[in-house]
Design a protein around this ligand. Structure first.
Ligand SMILES: Cc1cc2nc3c(=O)[nH]c(=O)nc-3n(C[C@H](O)[C@H](O)[C@H](O)COP(=O)(O)OP(=O)(O)OC[C@H]3O[C@@H](n4cnc5c(N)ncnc54)[C@H](O)[C@@H]3O)c2cc1C
Length: 368
């Protein structure tokens, strides 16, 4: 088999879109994913997406995953599943473990699209069985069809907390309450409205203070917070629950970028430490690109557009597409991205990205 010119790590919406774009222009592309199924988070999303035609509005997340996957297969992208990229050495040697052997891939270009991981939340009782992250809960109900609990406390009213609450209701669980430490709901109102209509209380300025149970979760104690985030004494309430689902934010899964010595900056609104990259998605290490949640936690449609940009940039750097043509194609993606980065939810993300681009320029000025 011909050696891949581009290795894409992560087969979520960003990685698949990057692979499709680069392969479209003739590059020889492989894509690596640690899971048995490609699609990343998309295969957990059973709801219909909204937005525009280019971002599959009205299509369920897992169907978007299937479409991207069949497009990649038609373009002869080599998809290596059950394979983890455990390290990157000497700038282009990727260490892979396929559950049997250790392999080394030596592509000319690398696109890192490893997504995000969930933030934990520590409180007394947090190690009891029955305290789970929202990602694990989604995997259990939407992929394995197993209901991890019947009476649920959701911690966090961002989009993930709201959507997973709705999915738990659809799967037959009773969501007893959603607590949110901030004074307002963090997710889109359309998602909040769905759970409110089903009778689930969303308690803002509230948090969990303890999980109780002999061998597993039997109850959760919640309490109200004042404007300085101090517990309001006497507001404690014990809820009869057997599942506490934690949805308190995501952070970029950027360990491979760290191993490569990519430079980072801190942007809280995009999930914390972000590998610096320019608008064409190239990091401070030439020939290494990032796309999707690893380059700042946003959403699947953004991941698709960033993946496309990274794929075009990598194909251009290998000479498969002229500078003029790639500029034109990237501009289409950048214009579509703008639409996601406006309004009360979008503009702080645009500001965060601008900080990343500016910082990239500043730090690479004398290097490139
Ligand atoms: C729990 C959770 C729930 C979400 N719910 C929604 C939702 O309902 N609606 C919505 O629009 N968005 C949702 N999102 C956000 C959306 O799914 C993401 O923005 C989008 O999937 C990001 O795409 P991505 O390709 O960057 O990453 P991902 O979809 O996360 O894909 C990354 C892939 O890389 C793989 N990977 C990571 N590291 C390695 C490695 N070292 N070696 C091999 N493979 C690796 C991962 O296993 C994964 O398959 C959710 C995200 C999370 C974490």
């Amino acid at each position: 088999m011909k050696e891949a010119e581009i290795t894409v790590i992560g087969a979520g919406p960003a990685g698949l879109s990057a692979a499709i774009e680069a392969a479209k222009y003739g590059a020889n592309v492989e894509i690596i994913d640690e899971n048995a199924l490609p699609g990343g988070q998309l295969f957990k999303q059973i709801h219909k997406f909204f937005g525009s035609k280019e971002h599959y509005a009205g299509t369920r997340g897992y169907d978007i995953g299937r479409k991207l996957l069949s497009e990649a297969e038609n373009l002869k992208v080599v998809i290596k599943l059950n394979t983890v990229a455990f390290g990157v050495f000497d700038k282009n040697k990727i260490g892979l473990f396929d559950q049997k052997d250790i392999l080394i891939s030596k592509p000319k270009k690398i696109i890192i699209a490893t997504g995000a991981s969930e933030n934990p939340l520590a409180f007394p009782g947090w190690t009891l069985p029955g305290v789970m992250g929202a990602g694990a809960v989604q995997t259990m109900i939407n992929i394995h069809r197993v209901l991890p609990g019947k009476k649920v406390l959701m911690v966090g009213a961002g989009n993930v907390g709201l959507i997973v609450s709705y999915q738990l209701l659809q799967a037959g669980a009773d969501v007893v309450a959603i607590v949110e430490a901030m004074p307002k709901i963090g997710g889109y109102f359309v998602h909040a409205a769905k759970v409110l209509r089903m009778g689930v209380p969303i308690l803002t300025s509230h948090t969990i203070i303890e999980a109780k149970g002999e061998k597993e979760v039997e109850s959760a104690t919640i309490a109200a917070l004042d404007q300085n985030w101090n517990l309001i004494k006497g507001s404690e309430k014990e809820l009869d629950v057997d599942l506490i689902c934690i949805a308190v934010g995501l952070k970029p899964e950027a360990d491979l970028c760290r191993m490569l010595n990519c430079e980072f900056t801190y942007v809280p609104f995009l999930g914390g430490r972000i590998p610096l990259h320019n608008e064409d998605m190239e990091t401070t290490i030439p020939g290494v690109y990032v796309a999707g949640d690893v380059s700042g936690v946003e959403e699947a449609s953004v991941a698709i557009e960033e993946g496309r940009i990274a794929g075009i940039s990598a194909a251009e750097s290998l000479g498969y597409i002229s500078e003029e043509e790639s500029e034109k194609e990237r501009m289409k993606c950048k214009n579509r991205l703008k639409a996601f980065r406006i309004g009360p939810f979008g503009s702080p993300r645009q500001e965060g990205k601008n900080k990343v681009f500016e910082e990239y320029k500043r730090r690479t000025k004398n290097v490139k």
